[in-house]
Ligand binder design. Sequence first.
Ligand code: FES
Length: 72
Amino acid sequence: MRRRTVTRCVCHKRKFTELKQLAYVQKLNSVEDMMALRLAGCGCGICRPYIAKMLRTGEVEFAPGDVDVEDR
Ligand code: FES
């Protein structure tokens, strides 16, 4: 069976790997920073806790639901 993972903001069609790079280059520290630049998170919002965790841990691939309370 294929393993499903969360690796992108579907609404903005951007992978977390790309968002991580953009965050580094543009010195973005929060999901709100990403949203202000309309890079990710402005659609359905389901990716927001994953992006928060990406910014906190550097991870770019998550099991569905694998977010911590502080990332919600
Ligand atoms: S998946 Fe990122 S806003 Fe919908």
